[in-house]
Design a protein around this ligand. Structure first.
Ligand code: GCB
Length: 600
C-alpha cells in the first residue's frame, strides 16, 4: 500500500510541478532496454505526449496493438532550493505496471494501471541541474493481475492481449506525472467522518504525519470564513448551521491542516475541499443526509479519440456538461478508478459516484464470449497473486478517494462469476479484508451479470446493495422479440420482490448498441429508434418496482473496444457518440430524468 496518496498541492511548504508534455518513447519487444542501458535515458525514440495512451498515435497496426515492455524518458530540472526537502515523482497512473529510474538508478516498481504512486527520488538527483527520469512500462494482461486477461504470442512472434473484458487495452502514461517537493515532516494522510445534529454538524477527523510536531485543523466555509478549529491528530470540528453537501447541490468547505508549533511559520500545510454529508443504506433505500435518493446516470469509460484512456480535462468538462444537461446525478467509474480530477469535479457538481476497482474479467464465460476458455475463474494457480493485488488496489482506492463527498460506494468487482461455489471463499476474504478500510463505512458492492440472479448467485449476502447488469432486448430477445425480453425482466424482478429483497437494487448496465445516424421505420436493431425502444422498455419496468433505486445506462458515450464480430469499431451503446454528440436516446433521457424527483 502507498504511504501517502494525498493529491499534490502547491503552498508555502509544498510545490507541485507537472512533467507533462513530450517524452521520448520506445518499444522493447526483445527486452534489450536494460542490456543497452536505456534506464539512463535515450534520445533515439519517438516523441510521445504525456498524459496519453500511446496506441492511437501510430498508423501501423503492430505499434497500436503493441504488447510488452515500453519505455519513456525525459529530462527535468531540480532547483537548488529543493535541497533538504523530500523529493518525489508522483505518477497518477501508468497502465499497467512500471519501474522508475532516475539518472540510471532504479527507484521503485508499481503494479496496477489506474492508481497513483510516488517515488522518493532524493537519493538519486543532482540539485541545480538536469536529471533524467525513465519509466519502463508493461501492458500485458494475465489472470494474476487486474484487469484480467491473457497475453498470447502469434505465430509470427508478436504478442497480443486477449482481455476478458471489452474495453480496449489502452496503455502508457495515461495520467500526469508530478515533481513534488515536500517538507521532511509532513501530513501523510487524513480522514473525516460526519455526524449531523439538527442544524449543526460534527466533523471528526484524524491526521497522520511522519513526526511529532503538533497539528492544528481548521475548517473554512465557501466564503473563506473559518467556522471551526481543533488541535491534535484526532479531534472534532463543531460546525454551527452546517451547509450540507447535497446531490446536485454541492457545498464544499476548505479543510486546512497545519503541522508545527508556530501558526505563522508552519512546518507543513495541507488543504483540501470536503463536503459534509452522510450516506446510509436503510432497507431498500439509499440515504444521503438521511433522505432517500434515486440514482440517474451512467456507466462510463475514460475514453476519447486520439488520447485513448488518458485523462483529458476537456473531455471531462464536456462529459459533465452533458450529464448535467440530461438530468443525471450519478455514475459508476466502470471499470477502474478514474483520474482524481474527475472526483474533484463530481465533488463540486454534486454527483454521486460508485468507485470501482479494476476487478473486471473475473469470469471465464466472459473470456469465452470474447474467444477464450470456459472454466472456473475462482479455481486456478493465479488466485493467490490475484487476491494480493486485488486487496492491495482496494486499499489504495479507498485510501485515495475516501475524503471525496461524491463517493457513494465502493464497487469491488464487475461481473465476476458468482454462480461458482469457488467464488464464495474469495468473496469472503475480499469483503472481510475491506470491511474497516473506509472510515466513513460506505456501502460495498459489485455488479451481477445476467447469469447471476437471486436464484443462482452464491454471494448475495456480501453486498450492501445490488447492482444489476441486464441486457434483454440486446444480447437476448432482441428486435421483434423485445416483448419477451420485457416479460423475462419482469419475471426476474418478481422473483426479487417475492424473495423479499431487503437491500436497494440499482440497474448499473442495460442498453443497446446503436450506430449514430442509422434510422429505420419501423425500427431494427442498431438504429437510433431501436435504442430508444429498449430504454423505454427498461424505464417501464423500473417504474413498476419500488426496490429499484437507480438506473445507470450503459454507456455515457461510445467507446473503443477489442475488435471482433460483436463490435463495429467499438461499443456503440453510448447515449452520446464517442465525440460526445447526442443520439436520439439522449433526448429521451433528457425528458425523463429532468422530470424524475430525487427521491423517486
Ligand atoms: C457488460 C460489461 C461491460 C460491457 C457491456 C457490453 O456486461 O460489464 O464492460 O461493455 O456488458 O456492452 O457488452
Amino acid at each position: 500500500m502507498e504511504t501517502s496518496l494525498l493529491y499534490p498541492v502547491t503552498n508555502d511548504q509544498r510545490t507541485d510541478q507537472k512533467l507533462d508534455g513530450l517524452w521520448q518513447f520506445k518499444f522493447d519487444e526483445t527486452k534489450q532496454g536494460v542490456k543497452d542501458g536505456w534506464e539512463t535515458g535515450f534520445h533515439d525514440g519517438v516523441s510521445m505526449p504525456v498524459p496519453a495512451s500511446f496506441n492511437d498515435f501510430f498508423t501501423d497496426k503492430e505499434s497500436r496493438e503493441y504488447t510488452g515492455d515500453f519505455w519513456y524518458s525525459r529530462k527535468f530540472f531540480v532547483p537548488s532550493a529543493a535541497k533538504g526537502k523530500a523529493l518525489f515523482l508522483r505518477f497518477d497512473a501508468v497502465t499497467h505496471r512500471a519501474t522508475i529510474f532516475v539518472n540510471g538508478k532504479e527507484i521503485r516498481s508499481h503494479e496496477g494501471g489506474f492508481l497513483p504512486f510516488a517515488a522518493d527520488i532524493s537519493s538519486a538527483v543532482h540539485y541545480g541541474a538536469e536529471n533524467t527520469v525513465v519509466v519502463k512500462g508493461n501492458n500485458e494482461l494475465s489472470r494474476e493481475a487486474l484487469p484480467a486477461g491473457d497475453t498470447i504470442t502469434l505465430r509470427n512472434g508478436k504478442k497480443m492481449v486477449r482481455p476478458f473484458f471489452d474495453f480496449y487495452n489502452y496503455s502508457g502514461l495515461n495520467r500526469s506525472v508530478h515533481l513534488l517537493t515536500l517538507p521532511q515532516e509532513r501530513v501523510l494522510d487524513y480522514t473525516t467522518t460526519f455526524e449531523l445534529n439538527g442544524q449543526d454538524a460534527t466533523v471528526n477527523y484524524t491526521v497522520t504525519t511522519n513526526g511529532d510536531a503538533p497539528v492544528t485543523v481548521s475548517l473554512a466555509d465557501a466564503d473563506g470564513q473559518v467556522v471551526a478549529t481543533a488541535q491534535g491528530k484526532e479531534g472534532a470540528l463543531q460546525v454551527k448551521n452546517a451547509h450540507l453537501w447535497q446531490v446536485r447541490n454541492a457545498y464544499l468547505y476548505t479543510l486546512t491542516i497545519q503541522v508545527g508549533d508556530d501558526a505563522q511559520t508552519p512546518v507543513d500545510t495541507y488543504t483540501d475541499r470536503i463536503g459534509i454529508r452522510t450516506i446510509k443504506i436503510s432497507g431498500t433505500n439509499i440515504l444521503v443526509n438521511d433522505k432517500p435518493i434515486y440514482l440517474k446516470g451512467f456507466g462510463r469509460h475514460e475514453d476519447s479519440p486520439f488520447a485513448g484512456r488518458a485523462f483529458d480535462l476537456n473531455v471531462e468538462k464536456k462529459d459533465f456538461a452533458l450529464m448535467k444537461w440530461i438530468g443525471a446525478n450519478s455514475f459508476r467509474t466502470s471499470h477502474y478508478p478514474y483520474d482524481e480530477q474527475v472526483y474533484k469535479i463530481a465533488d463540486e457538481e454534486g454527483f454521486l459516484l460508485t468507485d470501482e476497482v479494476p476487478a473486471v474479467g473475473f469470469k471465464m464465460a466472459a473470456a469465452a464470449f470474447l474467444g477464450g476458455l470456459n472454466q472456473s475463474f475462482f479455481k486456478g494457480p493465479w488466485l493467490k497473486k490475484l487476491h494480493e493485488r486485488h486487496i492491495d488496489q482496494i486499499r489504495d482506492l479507498i485510501k485515495r478517494d475516501k475524503n471525496h463527498p461524491s463517493v457513494l460506494a465502493w464497487s469491488l468487482f464487475n461481473e465476476p462469476d458468482t454462480i461458482d461455489e469457488n467464488a464464495v471463499p474469495y468473496f469472503k476474504q475480499i469483503f472481510d479484508e475491506s470491511k474497516d478500510l473506509d472510515p466513513q463505512s460506505r456501502p460495498r458492492t459489485f455488479t451481477l451479470s445476467e447469469d447471476d440472479t437471486i436464484e443462482t448467485s452464491k454471494v448475495l449476502d456480501f453486498p450492501d446493495f445490488y447492482m444489476l447488469n441486464r441486457y434483454p432486448g440486446w444480447y437476448h430477445f432482441g428486435g421483434y422479440q423485445i416483448s419477451d425480453g420485457e416479460a423475462g425482466l419482469r419475471d426476474e424482478m418478481d422473483k426479487w420482490q417475492k424473495a423479499g429483497v431487503t437491500k436497494p437494487v440499482v440497474f448499473t448496465e442495460f442498453g443497446a448498441d446503436t450506430e449514430a445516424g442509422l434510422h429505420k421505420l419501423p425500427s431494427v436493431m442498431w438504429t437510433e429508434e431501436y435504442q430508444v425502444e429498449v430504454l423505454k422498455m427498461f424505464s417501464r419496468v423500473f417504474d413498476d418496482y419500488d426496490f429499484i433505486k437507480g438506473e445507470q445506462v450503459w454507456n455515457l458515450a461510445d467507446f473503443q473496444t477489442v475488435e471482433g464480430n460483436m463490435r463495429v469499431n467499438g461499443n456503440k451503446k453510448g447515449i452520446f457518440t464517442r465525440d460526445r454528440q447526442p443520439k436520439e436516446a439522449a433526448f429521451f433521457y433528457h425528458d425523463r430524468w429532468n422530470k424524475l424527483p430525487l427521491d423517486y
